[in-house]
Each structure stands twice: as structure tokens, then as C-alpha cells.
Design a protein around this ligand. Structure first.
Ligand SMILES: Nc1ncnc2c1ncn2[C@@H]1O[C@H](COP(=O)(O)OP(=O)(O)OP(=O)(O)O)[C@@H](O)[C@H]1O
Length: 698
């Protein structure tokens, strides 16, 4: 086929070669480079994000991992392999996002919820959520780690609440502890709040006392090293379905080795410290006769420290007296060497006692008041008492016995009425009626000088009697309150004044049983208190429910004086602190009431408000059984007296005079003979005739 000659015009119409249309050759790499850079950046960012996530997870895991494995620390004992790490989302789901419907209770560091796990866990659990919005996480976290690090020691006792596991959210600001669920919640709720009928049975109460005693015996004598709970109180005693008790909440617990230092090592520790001999002598010298009143010697022993040799009882020595200036404001932690091994609670107490008031010359009764930085403790208690009186007065017939009284006392109207009544009473002929309708002393005195003189004489005798009892005239405070306005008019003002000062000293006597308990609140505050604590406002909640868990951390009345108050900071937490708290718990169990409450009206009942002082008074009068809860049925009187006697032994101010938990268990279970009342409480002649030997009985 002949080839067609190329037409030059058609040649011109041929489109130019492709490369004429695309970008010039030198621009080609400009497209590839951004693509490459973009993909590299993407990969880099992706890797960076991965790394961040990895680091974050590691970091939060180490934040929530229990304690340290430092071999120098007692925490090297930590073996939390038995503890399960629960998934946070699983716990969140099984508690309905920690909804109020699953709420079991509130504590100082958050709430406790009932968790029902989907399938693989047969029974419901209790989940404690440490909530940073309720307390500073640092403190909650400290307690969280504390519980975890002690869990392996406490797992094998049936009288200790089992900690099953832990968890935390991603951020690490929500820490969770998982426990076995105790269907009847705490003793506080069952006995004092909802007053469960099951606990009206004496045997149930006695069984609880024995369970708690056995739990503490296990901690003190079977754990190696011994564990000191440090926070024994009804809300930390949990009740199972059969109302058997287990001790929970080890947030403040300590291993005994935690705080041992050369001074305590020198002292040695005693086994049997129940009675007044041996190593307790030092204490006996200092504390003899003081259990009813004074705390001066205790104070002095704190201040003088171990100056009298190595044979002292450990508790009579100062371990540390902390310089107020050495307390960091943040957590009250000591700076420098003095902080070593010092218990958190004590350290924080120091924040509250830095008023520099601790002088050996402190007045006997005012010492512990002064420990509160702002004087708030005394004000608080006085205010509480005032409120209680105000609350009680209108309800009662304390004014004229006829229900007409307003409680305002000497208003003119009321006076006229009283005078009429008096005249009517004087005119009565029927002797029996006269006796039956005898008017109260306070207006009797108003109109009858002779009776007034007699009353004064009687009062003098009583005062002498009660001060000889070491009660510092305490009983008269209430009586004087009734009488203060009723003297001859010319003397009225003077009398009121003297009554006031008397009431002050008397109230100190009355509050002796509380020495230290209020200090506790400076050591471990509840959430409501933290805000004010941190802002430097020594504000104690004014709830009136002084001993209730929500209102006060540590709860008034349960802390041993040498740890929280009268002994002041610097003394250590020891097993005997638990023994003291157990003593209060025993009284609460027997009496079915809080350690501090106005049980009834009028003022004559007020002396019963402090359970500890009241128990001591009853012991002195040989009327121990008056303390027993009236709602109890099937009471075993011997066991009740045994419990109160043991409680009084536990409440002795000198720690070394308190029995050990082993001795207490033996006494309660009848393996040891019944104890004798401390000498100062024995009605004369001292007698323990009430007791049958339980051992013989068995
Ligand atoms: N394992 C449990 N089973 C059932 N209820 C529980 C359990 N643990 C705690 N509770 C309930 O939750 C409440 C709060 O407990 P939590 O230990 O947080 O605080 P607390 O002991 O009352 O006070 P704090 O810890 O401030 O001293 C308890 O009073 C109790 O009623």
C-alpha cells in the first residue's frame, strides 16, 4: 500500500505531544514531597499518641498500684496477688454508675455502694468509692493504699472484713475498694440508728462484743507484725446476715513496726499490762487516782518524756513532741527528722495543736481544750450542751413540776405564779399531799430562808463528797444550774457568778471522758470538715449529733487520750489505743446509746450524757446494771456486768493498765476469771460479788 505523503497542514493539526500539556519537568517532586511529608507526619503523630496513651496508662497504673515494694519499707510485705484488680467500667455498671439506689452508706472519704456483678461473681459486693470531691484525694489515696497493703495480713480471720479487690478509673482520681457485702451494714446503723430488733437480744450483743474482741486479738497477737486498727468504732464494725461482727476500714491502721524507733526499742514492750505492777509502775505513779479526773500528770509525762530510765512503760514516754513550727500547713506533716514514722493522724493533729499551749504548768482541766487551735473544741462542746439544754427545757416540767413552766425561770409572771403555789403548798394540811406535792427546791428557797440554809449545807456536803471521789464537784454543776437563780435576792448576782465558774470546772470534769476525742477530728476530718480545715478555719460541724459518723470523723469519744488528746501529739498509736476504743464500744453495746448524748430531761439527766463518766459514776456507786439498755431482753446480768467492768478497765487513762486484747477475749469467753473493777471505781468495800465464775458456769 502506497504511503500517503504527509500533509504539512495536517501535521500542524496533530496535537502536541502529551508532555507539552503537563507541568514542566522540574515541578514534579513538589507533589510527591507534600504527600510524603503528610504521611510521615501522620505516622509520627499516630506513634506519638500511642506513646502518650501507653505512658498515661502506665502512670495511672502506678498511681493506683498498692504501695511500694521498697524493701526497706514494711510495705515490702505486700502480697496483693490475692487481691483482684476489678475493671472500673464493670464496677461502674454494676453499681448503676454509683447511683443513690445502690448506696449503702457514706464515710469520710466517699460512699459505699452495693455492686451486683453480671454473671461471674455469685454474690453482691460492697464497693467503696474514694471520691476526691468529698475529701482531698491525697488522704483518700493514702487510706486506699493503706488498706491494700494490709489486706494480706488480715485476710485469714473470720472476724475481719475481707477486702476482695480494688480498681480505679483512667484518670486515677476515683479509687475503689471492693469488699464482701455485709447485709446488716454497720453496728452504728443497726444498733444506734435503725435500732434493729435483733439487737435487743442480749446474746446478739454479747456475740458482737466477742467477735470484735477476737478480731482485735487477731490483729494484735496473731499478725506478724501486729496490726493496730486505730479507728475502732461502731461504724467500722460490720454485721453479716446473722448479726455476727467483722472489723472493717483499715484506712488508719498501722503495722506496729511502722513507728518503732530507738526510744521505743529501749523501752521494750510488755505483754501483760493489766495490773498495777511491773512496768506499769511508772504509769501508776503518774496516773494513780487520775482516772476520775485529772490529766495533769499525763500532760507532764508527755512533756518530760523518757527522763526516768528505760524501765518506763512505753506509753508513759514521749516518742516525739513536735515543734509547732515544723508542721507543714498542707497536711500537717512534720518536716525534718521528727516526721519519721510518725502516724499521719498525729502529724495532722499537730497542725491543730500548734498554738504552743503545751506547758507543764497547764491547768489540770483546761489542758486539752487548749490543744484546739481556735478554742473551737470547747466552744463547740459548750454550744452543743447549750443546744441540748435548750431543746430539752421546753419539753419538760423542770420549772414547777406542773407542766406550766416555760423554762425562762425568773420572769415576773412566773415568779408570781410560783409564789402562789408556794403559799398554797404551805397552807396544805394533809401531810401526805404535802409531801407528794412538795415543790422543787429552787422556788422553795426563794421563799424560805431556813430551807435555803439547809439546802446550802447539803450542797456543801455533797461537794465535799464528790471532790473526794475525784469528780471535781462535777455532780453539782447540774444541781447548781437548777438552783442558781433561787437564792435570796441580795445574793443572787454573786451566786450566779460563782455558779458559772463552778460550771466551767465541772464541765471540764464532765468532759474528761472525752479528752482527746475531739482532737481526733483535727486528725482525720470528714469531707465536710476538710474544706474548712484546709482553709485554716477550725470549724467543727455543729450538728449536735456529736457521735454520729457523718458529723465527725473518728467520732467523739472513741480515741484514746494518749493518742488523740490528753497525752497530746507525739505519743504513739499502740494496741492500747484500740483497747481504749474497744472499751467505749463495749459501753455503747451494753447501753445501746451513743457515747455522748442527752438521754432525757431535765438537768438531772444531764450527767448521763457522757457515757464514760456515767459508767464511772455508776461503778463508784455499785450500780453498774443501771447502764444496761432497757430494751434488751434475755439479759444475762453477769455477762453485762462483766462487759462494763472490762470496759472500765479498757478506759483507764494509763495505757499500760489496760488489759491486752488476749486477756479481754479470755475474760469474755470465760477462760479467765472475772476481772476486778479498777480500785478507784470499786464501791466500798471493793467487791466483785456480782460475778459468778463463768469458767465454773461452763
Ligand atoms: N462491706 C460493707 N457492707 C455493707 N455496708 C458497708 C460495708 N462497708 C461499709 N458499709 C456501709 O457504708 C458506710 C460507710 O462506710 P465507710 O467505711 O466509708 O465510712 P465510715 O466507717 O462510716 O466512716 P469513716 O470511714 O469516715 O470512718 C458504713 O457505715 C456502712 O454502713
Amino acid at each position: 500500500m502506497p504511503s500517503r505523503p504527509l500533509d504539512p497542514s495536517s501535521a500542524a493539526a496533530v496535537p502536541p505531544p502529551l508532555h507539552h500539556h503537563i507541568l514542566p519537568q522540574h515541578k514534579k517532586p513538589n507533589l510527591l514531597l507534600p504527600l510524603l511529608a503528610a504521611s510521615l507526619t501522620f505516622i509520627f503523630l499516630f506513634l506519638l499518641i500511642l506513646l502518650c496513651v501507653f505512658l498515661y496508662r502506665r502512670l495511672s497504673r502506678s498511681r493506683t498500684a498498692p504501695a511500694t515494694t521498697d524493701s526497706k519499707s514494711p510495705h515490702h510485705l505486700l502480697q496483693h496477688s490475692q487481691l483482684r484488680r476489678f475493671s472500673y467500667s464493670l464496677l461502674r455498671r454494676s453499681t448503676g454508675s454509683f447511683s443513690p439506689t445502690t448506696l449503702l452508706g457514706h464515710g469520710g472519704f466517699g460512699s459505699v455502694h452495693k455492686a451486683t456483678l453480671p454473671t461471674h461473681h455469685p454474690s453482691p459486693l460492697a464497693v467503696k468509692l474514694m471520691d476526691p470531691t468529698r475529701s482531698p484525694l491525697q488522704q483518700g489515696e493514702r487510706e486506699f493504699h493503706n488498706e491494700l497493703s494490709l489486706a494480706h495480713l488480715t485476710l485469714s480471720s473470720p472476724h475481719i472484713l475481707s477486702l476482695l479487690g480494688f480498681s480505679s478509673n483512667r484518670k486515677g482520681d476515683r479509687l475503689l475498694l471492693v469488699y464482701e457485702l455485709m447485709p446488716n451494714r454497720s453496728l452504728q446503723e443497726s444498733l444506734l440508728e435503725s435500732k434493729r430488733p435483733e439487737l435487743s437480744d442480749w446474746s446478739a450483743r454479747f456475740a458482737i462484743a466477742l467477735d470484735v474482741a477476737r478480731g482485735l486479738e487477731y490483729l494484735h497477737h496473731s499478725c506478724d507484725p501486729p496490726v493496730i486498727h486505730g479507728d475502732i468504732k461502731p461504724s467500722n464494725v460490720l454485721l453479716d446476715g446473722d448479726f455476727r461482727a467483722k472489723i472493717g476500714d483499715f484506712g488508719l491502721a498501722r503495722l506496729k513496726t511502722d513507728y518503732e524507733d530507738p526510744i521505743t526499742a529501749l523501752e521494750g514492750n510488755s505483754g501483760n499490762t493489766n495490773n498495777n505492777g511491773g512496768e506499769g509502775d511508772q504509769c501508776v505513779r503518774r496516773f494513780n487516782g487520775e482516772d476520775n479526773g485529772s490529766i495533769l500528770e499525763e500532760t507532764e509525762s508527755v512533756l518530760t518524756g523518757c527522763t526516768e530510765g528505760a524501765d518506763q512503760s512505753p506509753e508513759s514516754c514521749v516518742i516525739r513532741v513536735v515543734d509547732a513550727g515544723a508542721v507543714s500547713p498542707e497536711m500537717g506533716m512534720e518536716k525534718g527528722s521528727a516526721s519519721e514514722g510518725c502516724f499521719d493522724g498525729i502529724s495532722m493533729d499537730n497542725g491543730a495543736v500548734n498554738g504552743g499551749e503545751r506547758k507543764a504548768t497547764s491547768s489540770r482541766r483546761d489542758w486539752w481544750w487548749k490543744q484546739d487551735s481556735g478554742g473551737g473544741v470547747k466552744d463547740y462542746v459548750m454550744e452543743w450542751i447549750g443546744n441540748e439544754i435548750k431543746k430539752e427545757r421546753p419539753k419538760t416540767r423542770w420549772v414547777d413540776g406542773s407542766g406550766n413552766g416555760t423554762g425562762t425561770g425568773l420572769k415576773a409572771e412566773s415568779k408570781r405564779k410560783q409564789k402562789k403555789q408556794w403559799e398554797w403548798w404551805v397552807s396544805l394540811d394533809d401531810k401526805e399531799e404535802k409531801v407528794a406535792r412538795k415543790p422543787r427546791k429552787w422556788w422553795k428557797e426563794e421563799f424560805c430562808d431556813e430551807l435555803s440554809r439547809k439546802a446550802k449545807k447539803k450542797k456543801k456536803t455533797k461537794r465535799g463528797h464528790s471532790s473526794s471521789n475525784g469528780n471535781g464537784g462535777g455532780e453539782l454543776w447540774w444541781q447548781n444550774e437548777d438552783e442558781e437563780d433561787f437564792d435570796e435576792s441580795g445574793q443572787e448576782r454573786k451566786k450566779r457568778k460563782s455558779t458559772k465558774s463552778n460550771s466551767l470546772s465541772s464541765i471540764d470534769w464532765w468532759l474528761d471522758g472525752l479528752s482527746g476525742e475531739l482532737m481526733r477530728n483535727n486528725g482525720r476530718r470528714n469531707s465536710q470538715e476538710w474544706a474548712s480545715c484546709n482553709s485554716g478555719d477550725a470549724n467543727i460541724p455543729k450538728s449536735g449529733a456529736v457521735s454520729s459518723t457523718p458529723s465527725m470523723r473518728g467520732t467523739v469519744c472513741y480515741i484514746a487520750p494518749e493518742y488523740g488528746g490528753a497525752g497530746g501529739p507525739g505519743l504513739r498509736l499502740s494496741e492500747k489505743c484500740d483497747v481504749y476504743s474497744f472499751g467505749v464500744l463495749l459501753l455503747v453495746l451494753v447501753s445501746g446509746r451513743r457515747p455522748l448524748q442527752v438521754t432525757a430531761s431535765p438537768m438531772s439527766e444531764f450527767e448521763r450524757a457522757n457515757l464514760i463518766s456515767w459508767a464511772r459514776q455508776l461503778a463508784c456507786n455499785g450500780k453498774l446494771l443501771d447502764l444496761v439498755d432497757k430494751s434488751i431482753h434475755s439479759l444475762d446480768e453477769d455477762q453485762a456486768v462483766l462487759c462494763i467492768t472490762i470496759a472500765l478497765l479498757c478506759l483507764q487513762r494509763c495505757p499500760s493498765k489496760r488489759p491486752s486484747m488476749r486477756e479481754i477475749v479470755e475474760m469474755l469467753s470465760g477462760h479467765a476469771g472475772p476481772p476486778q473493777l479498777p480500785f478507784e471505781f470499786s464501791p466500798s468495800p471493793p467487791s466483785n460479788a456480782r460475778f459468778k465464775s463463768l469458767r465454773k458456769a461452763q
